[in-house]
Ligand binder design. Structure first.
Ligand SMILES: NC(=O)c1ccc[n+]([C@@H]2O[C@H](COP(=O)([O-])OP(=O)(O)OC[C@H]3O[C@@H](n4cnc5c(N)ncnc54)[C@H](OP(=O)(O)O)[C@@H]3O)[C@@H](O)[C@H]2O)c1
Length: 300
């Protein structure tokens, strides 16, 4: 069994930590707000005061935090994991959804400290993470991915080797851009159906059973029709915007203009402007209703 340092005990991190503990691994947890990590201590995790302390001497360091800034702080801040007394040949695994640029920089930093690096972002919401059924998209050398397969199976139903370092995060960002577009399209479509006098339950059924029925459309059209959104919030508007911004930057690096990506950012920004940035992505339909009402009132 492995000695793991886990950085970040948010919704995803806490769920993954519980499954690593269930898998029999020894887990030392660092979370910026220590309070949030206390329940994990009762489940057998050790708590560390800094990422550096957590990472010292372990076999594997895994991070699941909000964004590039949070990840940079945890790995390379003044008391970051990479400043610790590291075990040579240990693994550094970034499981957060961060930018491609940061993943490449982190790979170089980890290598310079004698670590093997993998980018292993995950797909699946916190409930899927709790069930240990995430999908892991792994970027790195094949032998390194194979060496980590068994450990990663504690949190996942599949570990797919996407290619060299960076390809895990590249795939995840593109996947999330496509997912966010579908959620945005569902909100716009459901809003328009309602305005056209169509019962939203009927619309949701129609979208879900027709050619439009991707898992995102099925789930989100139901939430919108029932006006019943996830509690606690599973995926916020701000989270959507962050992922799509990183994804669009990547797509545009290859010369394409991500017209749909920019549109998706713009539509979720309406939620932020209305003070709904930390609400569920499915509540986008409410933002569209409010914006439309204001626009129509402005016309009369
Ligand atoms: N939610 C989903 O459905 C989902 C699905 C797949 C992947 N992801 C990705 O998984 C990652 C974690 O998401 P989550 O849903 O678990 O978010 P979350 O519940 O908001 O947790 C965020 C974590 O990041 C930490 N953090 C934020 N800023 C920090 C900083 N400057 N320095 C150190 N730590 C910092 C937070 O610490 P505090 O507790 O101190 O705030 C917390 O541990 C993100 O990259 C997200 O995109 C999320």
């Amino acid at each position: 069994m492995a000695k793991i340092a886990f950085l970040g005990a948010g919704m995803m991190g806490s769920a993954m930590i519980k499954n690593y503990l269930k898998g029999g691994h020894s887990v030392t947890v660092y979370n910026r707000s220590r309070q949030k990590a206390l329940p994990l201590e009762t489940l057998g995790a050790k708590l560390a005061n800094t990422p550096m302390e957590a990472a010292s001497g372990v076999d594997i360091i895994i991070s699941s935090v909000t964004n590039d800034d949070a990840s940079r702080e945890c790995w390379n801040g003044r008391q970051g994991a990479l400043r610790g007394a590291l075990k040579q040949g240990a693994f550094a695994i970034e499981a957060s959804t961060v930018s491609m640029d940061w993943v490449n920089e982190l790979n170089s930093l980890a290598k310079s400290k004698g670590l093997h690096f993998l980018d292993c972002p995950v797909a699946g919401r916190p409930d899927v993470a709790e069930a240990g059924k995430l999908k892991v998209f792994a970027g790195g050398e094949r032998e390194h991915v194979d060496a980590m397969r068994k450990v990663l199976s504690s949190i996942s139903s599949s570990v797919t080797h996407m290619g060299p370092v960076g390809s895990g995060i590249a795939f995840k960002l593109i996947y999330n851009v496509m997912g966010a577009m579908q959620v945005a399209a569902t909100a716009e479509g459901m809003f328009a159906c309602e305005a056209a006098g169509i019962d939203l339950a009927v619309a949701a059924e129609g979208f879900s059973t027709g050619a439009t029925g991707s898992p995102h459309v099925v789930r989100h059209s139901k939430y919108m029709a029932e006006n019943r959104h996830e509690n606690p919030v599973q995926f916020s508007a701000r989270g959507r915007i962050k992922d799509v911004e990183y994804g669009v930057k990547l797509i545009e690096k290859y010369g394409a203009q991500s017209v749909l990506g920019h549109g998706t950012i713009q539509i979720f920004e309406q939620m932020v402007e209305l003070g709904m940035g930390d609400r569920n992505d499915s509540e986008l339909i409410d933002a569209l209703r409010i914006s439309a009402k204001r626009r129509m009132a402005g016309k009369s």
